[in-house]
Write a protein that binds this ligand. Sequence first.
Ligand code: PEP
Length: 252
Amino acid sequence: MRIPIVAGNWKMNMCSADSVALARSIRQELTDPGGVEVVVCPVSTVLNAVSDALDDSSISVSGQNCYHAENGAFTGELSPQMLHDAGCTWTILGHSERRHIFGETNALLNQKIKFALSSGLNVMFCIGETLEERESGTMNDVLQQQIGEGLAELNENAMEHVVIAYEPVWAIGTGLTATSEQAEEAHAFVRSVVQDKFSGTVAESLRIQYGGSVKPDNTVELMSQPNVDGALVGGASLDAESFVAIVRAAQS
Ligand code: PEP
């Protein structure tokens, strides 16, 4: 039995007042998350304030990215230790915006994932194909490579702290959502790749989130697929009402 996980990726949105207000509203509405693990991912400057607002609640806080060193001459970067210090138990790594806008490669992500895990963070590792890759029939190769290279040298124990977020790039922030059949097909493939790379036990317990224009009205359909174990939500997570509605849909 995999515990569903719904995370809100706030991206580069909101300063402290709005972030804290949103965190408080979510907390107020979700006194009982009903068996769903809930995570919010604010911008780094407000992590402390949001962590304080969610203190003693069942909602966890995540970074959106982190570097693979504890400290040093890495201007502009944040370490897993700094995320911990700001109240985070999770980090996103490999979001398509990091891959496509900031040029992050599978090899770099592998270093980041290994370091974040060895520093005690849980990782939401994002993978996904572009529209061009889907249409040219290379989608499965792309996903396989992202998993193979991104999760290289991890052992089975480390995988207990990894969630994979399947996010087709063409569905992120576009309003286009993968159909539940497309999502299920990709998630089943991801699980089979993880089974081949690790083991049946790891594959069976791995949680795979879907991300890409998730909204309250498409969550039930997506989450009813056997291999869809949660959602990574961008735009719709910036509004307490819609994010809470997505969590409630995941509960059902
Ligand atoms: C995301 O940021 O991971 C995402 C899926 O965004 P959106 O829900 O806005 O498509």
